[in-house]
Design a protein around this ligand. Structure first.
Ligand SMILES: Cc1ncc(COP(=O)(O)O)c(C=O)c1O
Length: 390
């Protein structure tokens, strides 16, 4: 990569986001069927918007909140963590952040010195890898075992731990594979973390979108782990609040002042209007979350059925959660996932995301998103059938 001396090496070495590149390219093509967007396509529920509107009318949103966020919201989050994550927390262990993303960035910044190593699975959400690189850390990518449903290779993780290893970062349910790592796997990671005094940073963005007999497990629910875990969550996916930019992190009190030192120069505080919307989200009916989960499950089943009809083109692991899946392309031209995606877009009018965007073992894969309508899934697959099997 060519480095312009005006810019930091840290940022120059980061490749352009393949996800955003595909989105840009997709906009140049008419009438595209989209399976590439990993964001809810429905609007934020009315009662949540009303929470924000009321706070605006009452003059509550013009100033900063506490750096950690509104106490009333952190108190609601404590109740949610107890109810849904089996975690005993208190408000002083929570920081509201600008999406989960800013919480993850602040956590990485608080832990990683230049040259420190951070273990991540591959494929994984590439933003995590970039966050480590921006902190001048070294990402150590451990291939997941695809043949066993994208499972963690625990022995490989053990071997990868070095004196400079600081942390392990993962998302479960996973973007891009839709894998829900089992409680057993996560307890194994927790043991490794305790043995070597590493910090596990979790990204639980898709915690509510879990299907069949899979269960979402939060490592912070293991009491002995509390000094070795920073957990991040978001309102983005759960309540279709992508644009409100609100998430939060949970960490032991020992971490909070350090993470706050990174949080302040990034954000000062999370958007206050969004904090009031989030308060309405947590205090109101949770029916919308159940509805989204039902819809995603239906779309997952439809997408798997349509992929079964394309078994000469794709092999896949059925996702246990999130609204994403990661089929392997069996055709020889699928070896370069970017070229395959571009061709599928320009000639087949279907927008997907190249697997290579998610780590080296993502090559020969596509990421498909099923947080779309039934018509969109069917349109995309009708086109893929026509284009890929002719
Ligand atoms: C795994 C994962 N984490 C975090 C995010 C972004 O979350 P937020 O909008 O809360 O920053 C995404 C968005 O796609 C994601 O897939």
């Amino acid at each position: 990569m060519h480095n312009n001396p005006r810019f930091s090496n840290r940022v120059s070495q980061i490749a352009k986001s393949a996800i955003h590149e595909m989105t840009r390219l997709s906009k140049q093509v008419d009438d595209v069927a989209f399976l590439s967007w990993a964001k809810p396509t429905v609007d934020t529920p009315e009662h949540i918007k009303e929470g924000a509107v009321n706070a605006i009318k009452e003059g509550l949103v013009g100033g900063y909140s506490e750096n950690a966020g509104l106490l009333s919201l952190r108190e609601e989050i404590v109740k949610k963590l107890k109810r849904d994550n089996n975690i005993d927390a208190n408000p002083s262990q929570i920081i509201l952040t600008v999406g989960a993303i800013e919480g993850l960035s602040a956590a990485v910044m608080a832990l990683v010195d230049p040259g420190d190593e951070v273990i991540l699975p591959t494929p994984t959400y590439s933003t995590h890898i970039r966050q480590v690189v921006i902190a001048s850390g070294k990402p150590i990518l451990i291939p997941l075992i695809e043949e066993e449903g994208f499972k963690w290779d625990i022995e490989a993780v053990k071997k990868a731990v070095m004196p400079k290893t600081k942390a392990i970062i993962y998302c479960s349910p996973s973007n891009p594979t839709g894998t829900v790592y089992s409680e057993w796997e996560l307890r194994q990671l927790a043991e490794i973390a305790l043995e070597h005094n590493l910090v596990i940073i979790t990204d639980e963005a898709y915690e509510y979108f879990v299907f069949d007999d899979h269960r979402h497990f939060s490592v912070a629910s293991i009491p002995e782990m509390r000094k070795n875990v920073i957990s991040t969550y978001t309102f983005t996916k759960t309540y279709a609040m992508t644009g409100w930019r609100l998430g939060y992190l949970l960490a032991d009190e020992e971490f909070i002042p350090q993470i706050t030192k990174a949080h302040i120069p990034f954000a000062i505080c999370a958007p206050v209007v969004s904090q009031y919307a989030a308060l309405a989200a947590l205090q109101g009916s949770q029916d919308c979350v159940a509805e989204y989960r039902q819809h995603y499950l239906k779309m997952r089943n439809l997408m798997c059925k349509r992929l079964d009809d394309l078994s000469s083109v794709f092999d896949y692991v059925k996702p246990g959660g999130s609204y994403l899946m990661f089929p392997k392309i069996l055709l020889p031209e699928g070896k370069d996932s970017t070229a395959f995606c571009v061709k599928l877009l320009l000639k087949g009018k279907v927008s997907t995301t190249p697997g290579i965007a998610f780590g080296p073992t993502g090559q020969s894969h596509l990421r498909l998103s099923f947080c779309v309508s039934e018509d969109q899934v069917n349109l995309a697959f009708d086109r893929m059938e026509k284009f890929l099997t002719k």
